[in-house]
Write a protein that binds this ligand. Structure first.
Ligand SMILES: [Zn+2]
Ligand SMILES: [Zn+2]
Length: 253
């Protein structure tokens, strides 16, 4: 990260930073919707969930509320950095790549358990039911979160950064991949070719088919980036690979 940017982050008025972070998060929303819509159109012949209902005014409003909350999390991260609770390294190279891998594995594990916790009573009704009203996911569903649920995930991310001194490059790679996984998981279509479905790497990566099945059967497939923890803790849907790339036969039409 260039020194001028670090200096600006350290000294700029909070209102200026909040505006920049809001624009950044709005651009992420726009990117998710645009790239997601393009992929949905490109792979429309490979639906893994029923076609989504038209977007409503409230879907858009909830997405904007979540953009606001993501901005709050970004501001909270900045304040924790200014206070010295979060530090980041500026090196690039292999160690920075390793950071991205560490963050992916740690966050995947923590979010797997947070997600399972969100499926227990009374938390499910209080926090997570809203996300599951969308059994026909679309990219915008990534932003269909109860505010408390969104803030819980944000708090988890900041807590990890407080204990792990990651590089700026590693954090950026992780954040880009996080948005990419979230987008793919809510496409409702499967972009991975059927011939690759059985390959070792694809079997371990939580993609469109995997998360679409979670939206259709909330008792399985809790992972966000990998299938690893679901395999380890016995929560993969038994017909996950059989149903890969198509709408499972058990989905109510
Ligand atoms: Zn989802
Ligand atoms: Zn869930």
């Amino acid at each position: 990260m260039p020194q001028w940017l670090i200096d600006w982050l350290a000294t700029a008025p909070l209102a200026d930073l909040a505006l920049v972070f809001l624009v950044e998060n709005l651009l992420i929303l726009a990117g998710v919707v645009c790239a997601g819509s393009a992929l949905m159109a490109l792979f429309a012949h490979r639906r893994v969930a029923l076609a989504p209902e038209p977007v409503t005014f409230s879907d858009g409003a909830v997405a904007l509320v979540n953009v606001g909350l993501n901005t709050l999390t970004t501001i909270a991260g900045l304040l924790l950095w200014r206070a010295g609770a979060i530090t980041f390294r500026t090196d690039v190279g292999v160690r920075a790549l390793l950071d991205a891998a560490v963050l992916l594995v740690v966050m995947d594990f923590a979010m797997y358990w947070l997600h399972r916790l969100a499926h227990t009573r009374p938390l499910y009704g209080l926090l997570h039911r809203y996300h599951h009203t969308f059994d026909r996911p679309r990219p915008l569903t990534l932003f269909a979160l109860n505010p408390a649920e969104n803030l819980a995930f944000g708090a988890l991310w900041l807590a990890v950064l407080c204990v792990y001194d990651a590089s700026w490059v590693g954090m950026t790679i992780y954040l880009v991949l996080n948005v990419a996984f979230g987008t793919v998981g809510h496409l409702g279509v499967e972009p991975v070719p059927p011939g690759l479905a059985g390959r070792a790497l694809v079997r371990q990566v939580a993609g469109a088919s995997f998360h679409a099945q979670h939206h259709q059967d909330k008792d399985c497939n809790y992972g966000f980036y990998t299938v690893l923890w679901d395999r380890l803790f016995g929560t993969v849907r038994p017909d996950y690979l059989e149903s890969f790339g198509r709408i499972p036969a058990w989905v109510k039409r």
